[in-house]
Design a protein around this ligand. Structure first.
Ligand code: FES
Length: 569
């Protein structure tokens, strides 16, 4: 037995002032779990287990953890699983975004405090994977990601259903009086047919595809549905690969480069993925010390066509994308737009992977060819203007073409609660020409909930209105759709121009020109600013720490002290 080396179970010794004693004590306690020298001489692979009864998107994770362990043991490693915070979008108030950085911080600290040579991070639901990727980059230990995978689709009256684009579409139909109470109850019981993540191109699916593109996950790891043999095989293979990774010592910062982030942005646009990915990619790049600006994202967006036919921008579901070949097949088609020299956890380049991949079959429709895209370019566009000097985003691929240029009077809501209370009141007199403004929902103001896709007022919905221009400092779910301008920076609670808008002010949206403007004379805005009172920060705990240190959306909403370079970065 070699118990002197600073590897495996001897890493990160507990500090008693006597390393020999620390090693002896560690072996004594591990003996109580049946581990002997044969076990403890092996490379140690930590497994981050985010099972939680509160996270139904991770429902079968315990089986996945066992599968990863099997792979680790088969390859000669010692697998030790440990829990961290788990975040589920639907069961967390006010929003999981408020806790992404807490999860990243906790995960990083547990990776660096406990002995392990490599780590497999099991995530899935929207914020879990970004948090784990940020943690892995900051810990900079050999790391590999595994996701729970998308749900299989459900059915109702012959319609194929998926969470949560169809949740939203059918709820809008119900609000418009097109569906009965009984219909909506039946739909409620049919939308989420299995465990796993939302089975459209929401944030979870998008981030899984981007982390695979970044090379931090085994090829084909993003799309196998939850609880299928393919998903479990990916877990076993990831366990084996993690042992190899522990031996090679390849770290996330050996893999991540400017080119790999450009590839991820390229894939984001080809997927017509979630706007939330813009925030998460910027945060992850900044953790890796790689500059990724909204402008760079915009430049890539101009060049890349939408190729994947998946809701909310398209018609299909994640299992269709998976059956068409998933991320490797998409990369094969997208190759002319990619830097194929980027590295992956396997030690192969993206180009090697593309060479081995078969092109998508001629009979599938989930992955389009470059010659027949779903949209020419600009799935997501960055806007600037007097309402968002630091930038805002719109997912043009799921917005109404007829609203891309629009001028209308503002109707202002100061919070999601204010909107919920007043939006359906006909006395407010909202017309389809109005621009609904929602503010105080940015990272400082409210932790940035997915409240940006405000519902169309019920009296307009019943007249057939399905979309209106909405502008906010909030986010929206990756499964949502509509002409929704999000992430306005700086946010209202930080004194951004959204705070100065009043009911009736003209708002000008010009997506082709990349503009979102408040058409009010500057001198009037100066007067309004003089009487502006910013909301107080929360008084205590995590919410206080978060609000005091969170960066704006255009800088990834990370905490200033977790980013290289600190608050000035
Ligand atoms: Fe978990 Fe959608 S709620 S992925």
């Amino acid at each position: 037995m070699n118990n002197k080396k600073n590897t495996g179970i001897n890493r990160n010794l507990t500090s008693y002032g006597d390393p020999e004693f620390s090693r002896y004590l560690r072996r004594a306690f591990l003996a109580s779990a049946g581990y002997d020298d044969t076990d403890l001489d092996r490379p140690v692979v930590g497994i981050v287990n985010t099972s939680s009864d509160y996270n139904i998107c991770h429902r079968q994770m315990p089986e996945m953890v066992e599968a990863v362990k099997r792979g680790v043991f088969e390859a000669g490693g010692l697998a030790l699983a440990f829990p961290t915070i788990s975040l589920n979008e639907i069961l967390t108030s006010p929003t999981t975004m408020l806790y992404r950085n807490l999860m990243a911080m906790e995960t990083e600290e547990m990776i660096t405090a406990q002995p392990m040579d490599a780590v497999v991070l099991l995530g899935g639901c929207d914020k879990t994977l970004p948090a784990q990727a940020m943690a892995a980059v900051s810990a900079n230990l050999p790391a590999l990601h595994v996701v729970t995978g998308p749900m299989l689709t459900g059915h109702w009256k012959g319609q194929r259903l998926g969470a949560c684009t169809d949740c939203r579409r059918l709820w809008a139909e119900y609000r418009a009086g097109k569906l009965t109470d009984r219909d909506i109850r039946e739909i409620e019981q049919s939308l989420c047919a299995t465990g796993g993540t939302c089975m459209v191109m929401g944030t979870a699916s998008t981030m899984a595809c981007l982390v695979e593109t970044l090379g931090l996950m085994l090829p084909e790891g993003a799309t196998p549905p939850h609880a299928t043999g393919r998903r479990l095989k990916n877990c076993v293979a990831s366990g084996r690969a993690a042992v190899e990774l522990a031996r090679t010592g390849r770290k996330p910062t050996d893999i991540l480069t400017q080119a790999s982030f450009d590839n991820a942005v390229t894939v984001l646009m080809a997927l017509s993925g979630s706007t939330n990915a813009v925030i998460h990619l910027i945060a992850l790049a900044r953790r890796a010390g790689i500059p990724l600006s909204l402008d760079r994202i915009n430049q890539t967006s101009k060049k890349v066509p939408v190729l994947v036919d998946c809701k909310p921008a398209g018609k299909g579901y994640m299992e269709d994308f998976h059956n068409a070949g998933g991320v490797p097949a998409l990369l094969k088609v997208l190759a002319p737009h990619l830097n194929t020299e980027t590295m992956t956890v396997t030690g192969s380049s993206l180009g090697d992977l593309i060479k081995e991949t078969r092109p998508p079959g001629s009979r599938q429709t989930a992955i389009r060819h470059l010659s027949a895209p779903l949209k020419e370019n600009e799935a997501i566009k960055v806007l600037y203007g007097t309402l968002a000097p630091g930038g805002a985003v719109i997912k043009t691929a799921s917005a109404s073409p007829g609203l891309m240029r629009h001028r209308g009077p503002a109707v202002v809501f100061d919070s999601p609660e204010d909107a919920a209370e007043r939006i359906d009141d006909p006395a407010l007199g909202i017309t389809e020409n109005h621009v609904m403004i929602l503010r105080n929902c940015g990272p400082v103001g409210a932790g940035m909930p997915e409240a940006g896709a405000l519902p169309v007022p019920v009296y307009l919905a019943r007249r057939g209105v399905r979309d209106m221009v909405r502008v906010s400092d909030a986010r929206m779910s990756g499964t949502a759709y509509g002409t929704v301008i999000l992430h306005c920076a700086p946010e209202a609670a930080a004194g951004g121009p959204l705070a100065l808008v009043r009911d009736g002010d003209p708002i000008e949206l010009d997506v082709p020109s990349g503009r979102i403007d408040l058409a009010v004379p500057p001198e009037e805005l100066v007067k309004r600013r003089a009487s502006l009172v910013l909301p107080a920060l929360p008084e205590r705990g995590w919410k206080r720490l978060y609000a005091a240190h969170v960066n704006q959306a255009n800088r990834g909403c990370d905490l200033d002290f977790l980013t290289p370079g600190g608050e000035n970065n």
